[in-house]
Design a protein around this ligand. Structure first.
Ligand code: SF4
Ligand code: SF4
Length: 454
């Protein structure tokens, strides 16, 4: 029997399992809270969410297995498909806001089931599998599929046209002074605070006569009955998200979340001052904790495959997503625009990947490595690179092992020279830390040998 090999304790399967359970907890919390709500079509909102989850996860996993059976180059990745299914579920807009009588977008069952099916199929087949066969996922599959499938509704989603003409959705403008209690929005219908509380509140519950800061805090932090299910309970997203980040901190790109929130907060305060808001917290709480922002910042904007490898790239990525989101929400009145911002920023990743790389050096610096675990050789399963960037942070010579491997696979000598593959001393830290169990060390040493021969 061959000897067990030592690697870091984290594997891609483990990471996917943790992500799945984090998402499942959030879905269950929202479904439980929403189970007290019945929509005008007579469907229980919690049950609707549960059915959406079963449809999305079932279809994603089923398609993953099916495609693996019929095509040679479609790897079986059940856990990743299940995570994708829950992301689709948690980022679909559901609920019964004040504008629930306006049938511009399927916010309720049974119509929403059709859209969940469409988004899951398009996202998995087009953006995960077909695009994934190139070895690179370009855009977040759930966000891109949602965008594609909702294009027929773009007139109502990009509320600028629809809203400015007819005010059908009753969405107040953020491009002016707002406040918790004063009537300042362009529709003249209600204050922005009133809008938030009534839009997100339990439709069957009685709204308070006088809105207070406590009403606003309770709505934004504890119970939203409309929007992205994953972000319905802000407090739960923060607790589950932070716990997940702590456990998987070396492999999760939490800097994106941090820079996203920091920039959203700064921009909100700048806009508050610029427009002369009566208070500073209404806009701030809305921009930070609207369900689409809070869920996306923790669980979608950090998707390793479609985000930058370097720390600087990640900070810029989070900031860019925040800027586009806030500007779209303010000037097109498209609340929940963060998924469009995410797709736009995904396209900048090839450029951001070039910013902030560590400088290769012949000097050696010992990195801090994660806990080791011995794995029996038959249990070591190699996956496609998930772009976590962990290998780039442990190289004692500041090299970019995954980029060197990719250049070596393409036999790209110029890039190998630029990346200083010849500095590698074969310490094996990169292979040790890789959750996809890619033998980086071997590839890089072969690249070095090839460079020497040249
Ligand atoms: S094996 Fe080479 S590339 Fe990998 S960490 Fe060690 S020196 Fe860096
Ligand atoms: S090769 Fe590097 S970036 Fe890719 S999964 Fe392994 S450690 Fe992460």
């Amino acid at each position: 029997m061959s000897k067990p090999k030592e690697y870091s304790w984290m594997t891609k399967d483990k990471l996917m399992t943790y992500t799945f359970f984090a998402l499942l907890i959030l879905t269950i919390i929202t479904a439980a809270m929403w189970s007290m709500e019945t929509t005008p079509s007579g469907w229980n909102l919690g049950l609707t969410l549960g059915i959406n989850a079963i449809i999305a996860v079932g279809i994603a996993v089923g398609l993953d297995v099916f495609l693996h059976k019929i095509t040679a180059d479609s790897p079986l990745n059940i856990l990743s498909a299940a995570v994708f299914g829950l992301i689709v579920t948690d980022s679909y807009s559901l609920g019964v806001p004040v504008m629930r009588t306006v049938e511009l977008f399927p916010l309720e069952a049974p119509q929403c089931f059709i859209y969940i099916v469409l988004i899951t199929v398009v996202g998995l087949v087009v953006f995960k599998k077909i695009v994934g066969t190139t070895g690179k996922k370009i855009v977040n599959p759930a966000a891109a599929a949602k965008l594609l499938v909702t294009i027929p509704f773009v007139q109502s989603l990009l509320i600028a046209i629809d809203h400015l003409k007819s005010s059908a959705l009753g969405v107040p403008a953020l491009s002016g002074p707002i406040a918790l209690s004063s009537v300042v929005d362009k529709n003249g219908a209600a204050s922005f605070g009133t809008y938030i509380v009534s839009c997100f509140s339990n439709a069957s519950g009685k709204l308070p006569d006088q809105f207070t800061t406590n009403n606003l805090l309770q709505t934004m932090f504890l119970e939203k009955f409309h929007g992205w299910p994953g972000g319905a309970v802000t407090l739960a997203v923060i607790i589950v998200g932070v716990a997940f980040f702590v456990v998987a901190r070396r492999y999760v790109k939490w800097r994106i979340t941090l820079s996203y929130f920091a920039v959203v907060a700064i921009l909100s305060l700048i806009l508050s001052f610029a427009y002369g808001d009566a208070d500073l917290y209404t806009r701030l709480l809305f921009e930070l904790f609207i369900g689409s922002s809070i869920f996306l910042a923790f669980f979608m904007a950090t998707d390793p495959a479609t985000t930058p490898l370097t720390y600087t790239g990640q900070l810029i990525f989070g900031a860019g997503t925040a800027i586009i989101t806030v500007l779209m929400q303010t000037y097109t009145q498209f609340f929940g625009a963060s998924f469009v911002a995410l797709v736009i920023m995904n396209l900048t990743v090839p450029i951001l990947d070039k910013i902030g790389r560590t400088k290769p050096t012949t000097e050696s610096k010992e990195p801090k490595l994660p806990k080791a675990k011995a794995f029996a050789p038959e249990k070591i399963k190699e996956y496609q690179c998930m772009k976590c960037g962990a290998c780039m942070r442990v190289c004692c010579h500041g090299l970019s092992p995954i980029l060197i491997k990719q250049a070596f696979d393409k036999q790209d000598f110029d890039t190998l020279i630029k990346l200083h593959a010849d500095y590698c001393t074969g310490c094996g830290h990169c292979t040790f830390v890789c959750p996809s169990r890619i033998d980086l060390r071997n590839s890089i040493l072969r690249a070095k040998a090839m460079l020497r021969q040249q």
